[in-house]
Design a protein around this ligand. Structure first.
Ligand SMILES: NC(=O)c1ccc[n+]([C@@H]2O[C@H](COP(=O)([O-])OP(=O)(O)OC[C@H]3O[C@@H](n4cnc5c(N)ncnc54)[C@H](OP(=O)(O)O)[C@@H]3O)[C@@H](O)[C@H]2O)c1
Length: 265
């Protein structure tokens, strides 16, 4: 089967890391279904991906923060999915006690429920066929508690734990792989959506280019690797945090997440 016959379902394909991943699939001539909420972005990006070489592009507008959104998407995608990319995700910046509960429940639905629902549906089909790949866009945030992004970090910790367990369960299924991409802070619209523009990590411009992160994820996915941490310093930091007490890791993370103009450390 050549790439033109392979179908990629990619959530969050219109911006940031997901957009860069979509461009890589397009250049390699895959069929793509891209999912996001903003119809005008979907139409614009679909045209861009076709121009880059995608064999076909189907845009689907769906809000995956709603309880029914991921289930509707499963029903709408009737063509077999050869590669599932769970990318769409959001965070919210601020003290846990101050952030609106409905906003946080929406983030949990998008960052956890949507990944679980789509993977259960499409991975079952892959295992039955004996072929397929899943890329979960997780984060190094999943390895450390994140003051001022407490729920966001915890959603990514869920993804890493859940994904690793599912990988073990399907270890004997030849031809089906699950890969977790762990970016560090990346230059995308994420921080704007999270209301996080004043945080140290953004103000000091410690952000990796989204294209570099996507390339790391794409290559790991194609090789069927279990997990990839994008960026040398992120690998170093995660190695260090693995041997730190969680309370120390939380304090370290706070230094990046806190407002740049705040004096307390
Ligand atoms: N940026 C970072 O520093 C960073 C670091 C580590 C991991 N990540 C992870 O990378 C993934 C992509 O984030 P990004 O940084 O590329 O962010 P981004 O630039 O904001 O892109 C997010 C994409 O997801 C879509 N999306 C957002 N909310 C959605 C919803 N409710 N339903 C359906 N689609 C939705 C967006 O389109 P619409 O807004 O039109 O829906 C957009 O296409 C996320 O899982 C994030 O947690 C990001």
């Amino acid at each position: 089967m050549n790439n033109a016959d392979k179908h990629v379902l990619l959530t969050g394909g219109t911006s940031g890391i997901g957009h860069e991943l979509a461009k890589l699939f397009a250049k390699d001539g895959y069929q793509l279904t891209i999912v996001a909420r903003t119809e005008s972005d979907l139409i614009r990006v679909a045209d861009e991906l076709k121009a880059l070489g995608a064999a076909g592009v189907t845009p689907i507008a769906q809000d995956l923060m709603t309880p029914e959104g991921p289930f509707k998407l499963c029903q709408e995608v009737t063509r077999p999915v050869d590669i599932l990319v769970n990318d769409a995700g959001q965070g919210a910046w601020g003290e846990f006690l101050d952030i609106d509960i409905q906003r946080e429940l929406g983030i949990i639905r998008l960052n956890i429920d949507a990944y679980v629902i789509l993977t259960k549906h499409f991975l079952n089909e892959m295992v039955t066929r004996g072929s397929g790949k899943v890329l979960n866009v997780a984060s190094i945030a999943g390895k450390v508690p994140g003051p001022l992004q407490a729920v966001y970090h915890a959603t990514k910790a869920f993804i890493l734990s859940w994904s690793e367990a599912v990988k073990f369960e399907i270890r004997d299924v030849k031809g089906v792989t699950i890969t977790d991409l762990m970016p560090g802070a990346t230059d995308t619209d994420f921080f704007h959506k999270a209301g996080m523009e004043q945080a140290v990590v953004v103000q000091e411009d410690k952000l990796a280019p989204a294209a570099d992160v996507a390339k790391d994820g794409y290559e790991a996915l194609m090789k069927g690797e279990d997990r990839v941490i994008s960026g040398f310093m992120n690998k170093v930091n995660i190695t260090m945090s693995n041997v730190m007490p969680d309370s120390v890791a939380a304090a370290q993370t706070y230094k990046d997440n806190k407002p740049a103009d705040e004096t307390k450390s």
